[in-house]
Every structure is written in structure tokens, then in C-alpha cells.
Design a protein. Structure first.
Length: 438
């Protein structure tokens, strides 16, 4: 190769190198091309505010570096490319807590732990919880109200055959089995959607649980709602508005949250999925009585809440999300449970539902049992002040114990909860454990 050709080649390589450097810069500054945002537990870094103090204590430089690392051009595409190659080469997910099962069935680790009993909290704690819930249930029934516990299906329970080999073990006692046994023994009224879904699994015309999602399917959640509505009508002796399926259809694209685990993996190429059937539904005869309704639940209720049933079926129904935040049609932004008068809320309701999947049973019902018990039987003020002091003590301990805090941070990400809310849930759990021992 002549010197002239070598020189020309080096020029072209230099130009190519500069273009490669400039393209992300131009994209980052002007965004000429639209790049889809990442999904899942993404903590966005805000653009730092310039200040003299920030400059001298170096927080401005550190925050600016973090902001640039998150906002340079085509970052989201490069993240997806990395995740895709990691999935193809190693069969691993970059999303925290996500496991790749056989035939690319997706799981969250806590659902597998629940299936094998690795998160078992013990017979005595579950027995005490059931005893408390039974007392609350009986009291509300005496007051003419209905309270019921509902167990949603879990991914490990529904698809055990596809759990990855390295996560398999001999099943042991589980929170789910022990809760069902204690509920039957003590007479706690409970709707076991998990057992019902397993019975229908091989005969249902519609898929009840998606392959790459963690929650029940839209059709599955509709079946659960319809069943719950019939149960409420029987217990309350009232004819409430009618839930009607107008038609079933196969859409061109899967709807949220049927592939929520896969979306959180942020891949470039979609995984193989089986078809999911969807429904056009209506709530008819809304002039019928609408009951005052509240549900304390994990994320399994979001599908139904987001479809407007809390106003079309019920009278401004309340969704107590993990017993941390109360959402309702008249206050969609939510308010903290701490701001509620629990006794007044309970006495004002016709129906109280507690819903969870097996993966969330270790902390279920997230302190609501203690709140409701004290509100109905003790009276709040002195006890609540003492209890809150204990909770704050555990919050301080968690925040100052690195390993404990990191474990809770991971759990918060898996459940899409704010970290401070998850810390409080765990602190409440510790106080509950302490009170059970007395």
C-alpha cells in the first residue's frame, strides 16, 4: 500500500471515528431521533442545579456526571443491546430478581421461593395472623359488613414445570398451604383464586396467566372480579351493577401488563409469547345499589383498578396499595394510609377485601390486621403512638444496616414500590413479629 493510500485511509478512519463520537452527542443534545424509554425500575437523574456550594463540595460535578451517563444519545438503545446479548449468550436477565425459565418462561425469584417454601415465616405467626383476621371478620360481620381474604394465583404455582433447574428443590411447608389450613381450621372466610385457577388451567378457553408477565391475565382478573362480585351479592343480599363481557378478541399487540417482566428486561427482540385473549366489558345497570368498598392489596389489583371498576361497580371504592397509599376515583393521586382514620373507614364500608399472591404472604396483610384490630377493639391514640415509636426505631435500624437496607431496596424494585414505603412495610412486619411473641 502506497503512502498516499495509507494517508487517505487514516483520514477516513479519523472521520469515521469523529462521526461515531458526534452521533451520540448530537442525539443527546437535540434528540432528532425518537428512542423508546426504558421500562421497569428506572430511577431518573434530574439535571443538576448549578450552585457555588455544589461546585466547592463537588456534588455538582458528581451529579452532572451521573446525569450525563444517563442522558447521552442512544443510551437506551445501547442498554437494550447489552441486555439482549447477555440474554442470548448466557440466558440471563439484567433485570433485578428476574429468572429465565425453561422455554423462556419468565419468573420473579420471590414467586419461586414461595412455591418451594423458602420464604416460610412459620406456623405460629400465620396462626396468630389468622386469629386476628378472624376476630376482625366476625366483628365486621356482626356490624352487617363483609370481609373476605382472597389469594391470587402465583407464577410459580401456575407454571412449576418451567422453573429453571438451578432453582428447583424439594417442596417444604409454604405460607400458602399453612394459611389455607389455618383459615379452614379457624373458620376464616377466604376465596382461593389460586386453587380455582389451577383447576381451570387445562380446560379454560382463555389463557389465565401470561408467559412473560408476573400477574394474572386480563381474562383471569375479570373472572376473579366477576366471582368476587357474586360473592358480595350473596353475603350482602343486594343486587349490585352487572359485569358483562361484550366480546372476546385477539389483538395485534399484547396489552399491559401481560408482558411486564419482559418489558422490564429491556430487550431489543421480543420473546416468543402465546396469544392472549382480551375482552370488551361493560358495567350495566349502574342505577343498582353501589356498595362502599375497600381492598387492601398488592399489585394484582392494579389491572382492575385502572379499568374504572371502583366507580362503575362500587361507590368511590378505595384501593389500599400495600397498606401504604389509598387510591380512589375521587383522589387518583392517592393519600397515605397514615392520614386515614382506620376505625371510621372500616365502619363506613360495606365490603372489605384483602388480596395477595403467595409471593407476598410473608408480610401480608402489611400491618392492616394490627391497624384494624386496634381501631375496632382498643382505640387508637395511645397504642398508635407507642406502635409508631417502635416502627420508627426499626426504620432507623434498617436505614443504618447496609445489608438489610440493600435487601429491602431489591424487594422494593421487584415490587415497583418506593424504597421508603418498603422500609416501612418491613418495619411494620418486625413490630408485628415482636407483638406476636408477647
Amino acid at each position: 500500500m502506497t503512502k498516499k493510500r495509507t494517508y487517505q485511509l487514516s483520514q477516513w478512519l479519523f472521520v469515521l471515528f469523529m462521526v461515531v463520537l458526534l452521533i451520540p452527542t448530537v442525539q443527546g443534545l437535540f434528540r432528532p431521533l425518537e428512542v423508546a424509554p426504558l421500562k421497569g425500575d428506572i430511577r431518573l437523574v434530574e439535571r443538576p442545579q448549578v450552585s457555588v456550594g455544589g461546585w466547592f463540595d463537588e456534588t455538582l460535578q458528581q451529579n452532572t456526571e451521573s446525569w450525563i451517563n444517563q442522558h447521552f444519545g442512544f443510551r437506551n438503545t445501547l442498554v437494550r443491546l447489552y441486555n439482549q446479548w447477555r440474554f442470548w449468550l448466557y440466558g440471563k436477565s439484567s433485570a433485578r430478581g428476574v429468572l429465565i425459565g425453561k422455554e423462556n418462561y419468565l419468573y420473579e425469584e420471590n414467586y419461586i421461593k414461595a412455591y418451594y417454601g423458602r420464604d416460610f415465616v412459620g406456623d405460629s405467626l400465620i396462626r396468630a395472623r389468622v386469629e386476628t383476621l378472624k376476630k376482625i371478620q366476625d366483628t365486621l360481620q356482626w356490624l352487617g359488613k363483609t370481609m373476605v381474604i382472597c389469594i391470587a394465583p402465583g407464577k410459580g404455582q401456575f407454571y412449576p414445570d418451567y422453573i429453571p433447574e438451578e432453582m428447583r428443590s424439594e417442596p417444604s411447608a409454604t405460607n400458602y398451604q399453612t394459611l389455607i389450613k389455618e383459615a379452614n381450621k379457624q373458620g376464616l372466610e377466604l376465596i382461593d383464586f389460586n386453587a380455582w385457577f389451577l383447576q381451570m388451567k387445562d380446560t379454560s378457553r382463555y389463557t389465565l396467566y401470561p408467559k412473560t408477565g408476573i400477574h394474572w391475565s386480563h381474562c383471569g382478573s375479570e373472572l376473579a372480579l366477576d366471582s368476587l362480585m357474586r360473592f358480595i351479592e350473596q353475603r350482602q343480599h343486594v343486587d349490585i351493577p352487572d359485569f358483562v363481557v361484550k366480546r372476546r378478541y385477539l389483538p395485534d399487540e399484547m396489552m399491559a401488563p401481560e408482558a411486564d417482566i419482559e418489558e422490564g428486561m429491556n430487550l431489543l427482540v421480543e420473546l416468543d409469547r402465546f396469544p392472549m385473549v382480551y375482552s370488551d366489558v361493560a358495567v350495566e345497570n349502574q342505577d343498582k345499589p353501589k356498595l362502599k368498598f375497600m381492598i387492601v392489596s398488592d399489585s394484582f389489583f392494579w389491572q382492575l383498578h385502572n379499568r374504572g371498576f371502583m366507580s362503575s361497580v362500587f361507590d368511590d371504592g378505595q384501593f389500599w396499595y400495600y397498606n401504604q397509599t389509598i387510591y380512589q376515583p375521587t383522589l387518583p393521586s392517592g393519600r397515605p394510609v397514615d392520614s386515614a382514620n382506620v376505625r371510621q373507614e372500616l365502619l363506613n364500608k360495606d365490603v372489605v377485601v384483602l388480596l395477595t399472591t403467595d409471593a407476598n404472604l410473608p408480610a401480608f396483610p402489611w400491618g392492616f390486621d394490627a391497624l384494624a384490630y386496634r381501631a375496632l377493639f382498643v382505640g387508637d391514640s395511645a397504642y398508635q403512638a407507642q406502635r409508631e415509636e417502635k416502627i420508627q426505631g426499626y426504620i432507623f435500624a434498617i436505614e443504618n444496616t447496609a445489608e438489610w437496607l440493600e435487601m429491602i431496596r431489591q424487594n422494593a424494585a421487584e415490587r415497583n414500590l418506593p424504597l421508603d414505603s418498603m422500609i416501612r412495610v418491613n418495619a411494620i412486619y418486625m413490630v408485628d413479629m415482636e407483638e406476636r411473641k408477647k
